[in-house]
Design a protein around this ligand. Structure first.
Ligand code: FAD
Length: 418
């Protein structure tokens, strides 16, 4: 069996071919405590991510600590080599593959740096995996609510990089609404805290950035207001509307611009995120879930816009392909079967959460249950007719309380209620 010391020993893999390690690889290996991987097999592994793209990187470093990151960035700068930060590599548009030196944060940079339960904030390193963070927070009755589907793999650095969202973003917002500050390293090596402009910005470099941004924001105010899409999650371009928010949900609670929001969604092109401070939320006390079955995919899609007006915490669409895949998995089949009425083309999972379970049940039943029309016409009238033709899952019709159940903080199909 390997001893922990043996496991922690840095790996140095260089090309076996004539010439061996490049000067860049040698410099990195000499100066870093972490792994330096320049061999074909490692570069092959890092040439892919969750996208369809494939680009072989120059090499890979797996930093042991933040000092390693700073050294790697400095060496890359001296050698004029591009760097590409990588968390779990689950982005789907090729963001983590490139002709660059890859910095893989996911192995060692996973620590909690600071936690304030009263203020409900936490500062973590970029490689912290979302599920690990939420497991850490659970005993404190808190969680980080940007619940991305790939929560078992995705990292806070990657989520910040691509402004991730989750199935509960209609309630909690996405990363741009939940990142409070980012300790970052700029391309020239400047280390700076990107945070609320509530407190004075320190350092000439950052002060210059802020004043340039403010000049652009003032000059282009009308253009920005006209052209920036008014959608909750936007990654097409930088959040230069941070001084005049165009997002349907305010970026900050106090209305003061926050420089961290410039880095959120910037895909690592502006800075390397060293430490990220997040806004936390209390864990929901109770959750209830309804499953609405639709005979056409179109109807399910069309109904979502009306269902969100009922203020659920989550609305998740599951199409026939996913239903079939879930049914073909013996672990999921029994649960999924309970949620289906015949052979729906799609289902919508609709969740409500709150402190009072008794108050949640009617919220779930009234809008979704076709038979409720006689009992709650006011509530139903607010809904378009086609929504009422969506049917709630089997079992719900037998007894109302079966439709709603306490949802013990879990995720996924295994938690479908009956
Ligand atoms: C099946 C599937 C389901 C998905 N579901 C969702 C979903 O529900 N919601 C959603 O938003 N996305 C979803 N995604 C996309 C992706 O999984 C998430 O966006 C995830 O949060 C990305 O995290 P990551 O750690 O893999 O980031 P990566 O892909 O590793 O990186 C994302 C970006 O951040 C940059 N970055 C990483 N670390 C740093 C750093 N330290 N400093 C600066 N930049 C950095 C990278 O360069 C890259 O541009 C899904 C993907 C798959 C394959």
């Amino acid at each position: 069996m390997l001893s922990p010391t043996a496991i922690a020993k840095p790996l140095h893999f260089f090309p076996a071919s004539a010439g061996g390690a490049s000067p860049l690889a040698q410099l990195l290996a000499k100066n870093l405590r972490g792994d330096v991987l320049f061999d074909s097999a490692s570069r092959g592994r890092y040439s892919t991510d969750a996208s369809i793209y494939q680009i072989t990187p120059i090499g890979v470093v797996v930093p042991r600590d933040q000092a390693d990151v700073l050294r790697a960035l400095e060496i890359a700068r001296d050698q004029n080599v591009a760097v590409l930060s990588r968390g779990a590599g689950t982005s789907q548009c090729g963001q983590t593959v490139g002709d660059a030196l890859i910095i893989d944060n996911s192995k060692w940079l996973c620590n909690v740096i600071a936690f304030d339960a009263n203020a409900m904030t936490i500062t973590v390193e970029p490689g912290m995996v979302l599920d690990h963070l939420n497991a850490w927070l659970k005993p404190h009755g808190l969680w980080f609510p940007v619940d991305v589907s790939t929560s078992a793999q995705c990292t806070i650095g990657g989520m910040t990089g691509n402004n991730s969202c989750g199935s509960r973003s209609i309630e909690y917002g996405n990363m741009v609404h939940n990142v409070l500050s980012v300790d970052a390293v700029l391309a020239d090596g400047t280390q700076a805290n990107f945070g609320s402009l509530n407190t004075p910005v320190s350092g000439t470099r950052l002060q210059n950035i802020v004043s340039s941004l403010q000049t652009i924001a003032t000059r282009e105010r009308t253009e920005l207001a006209e052209r920036i899409p008014k959608v909750l999650r936007r990654v097409a371009g930088y959040n230069i509307d941070l001084f005049d928010c165009q997002n349907p949900r305010a970026y900050t609670d106090d209305g003061v611009a926050n420089l961290a929001h410039l880095l959120v969604g910037s895909e690592g092109t502006l800075a390397y995120s060293r430490q990220i401070t997040l806004k936390l939320c209390p864990l929901p006390v109770h959750k209830v879930l309804g499953v609405v079955n639709f005979q056409s995919f179109y109807k399910a899609m069309d109904s979502a816009q009306h269902i969100v007006t009922l203020k659920p915490t989550a609305v998740e669409l599951v199409d026939r392909t996913m239903i079939e895949l879930a049914l073909s998995n013996p672990a999921f089949r029994p649960v999924v079967e309970k949620a289906l009425l015949g052979q729906p083309a799609a289902i919508l999972l609709v969740e409500f959460a709150g402190e009072d379970h008794a108050a949640l049940v009617p919220r779930l039943l009234l809008p979704l249950h076709p038979r409720q029309e006689a009992r709650g016409p006011d509530r139903l009238r607010a809904l378009p007719h086609h929504l009422r033709t969506g049917r709630v899952a089997q079992g719900h019709r037998r007894h109302h309380h079966r439709q709603a159940t306490q949802w013990p903080g879990g995720r996924g199909a295994g938690d479908l209620c009956r």
